[in-house]
Unconditional design. Structure first.
Length: 115
């Protein structure tokens, strides 16, 4: 089970920090990701983290940072220099390992960036 939190309304150029608390799965061996879906658009990949490292969509590279706290079993997405095009519902997702597809999804948290 995944519980996402931390969304809200922020002005362009501002920052937000999203958190995803996981239960029932150990994050240290899992692949964790953040996705987002804007109105009228398909869901898109934002960032992911595994024991191998991190990966980012080109649109957020250099502005967003994904990290995890294995002791707390949480994953965080630090979002800086936010733009209006970052407005979306953000979802965290989990895969049991680096070779598997995402099979657990959080409920989503709204991020709105005003210009």
């Amino acid at each position: 089970q995944l519980q996402a939190s931390g969304g809200g309304l922020v002005q362009a150029g501002g920052s937000l920090r999203l958190s995803c608390a996981a239960s029932g799965r150990t994050l240290s061996s899992s692949r964790m990701g953040w996705f987002r879906q804007a109105p009228g658009k398909e869901r898109e990949f934002v960032a992911a983290i595994t024991w191998r490292g991190t990966s980012y969509a080109d649109s957020v590279k250099g502005r967003f940072t994904i990290s995890r706290d294995n002791a707390k079993n949480t994953v965080t997405l630090q979002m800086n220099s936010l733009k209006s095009e970052d407005t979306a519902v953000y979802y965290c997702a989990s895969a049991k390992d680096v070779y598997s597809s995402y099979d657990y999804w959080g409920q989503g948290t709204q991020v709105t960036v005003s210009s």
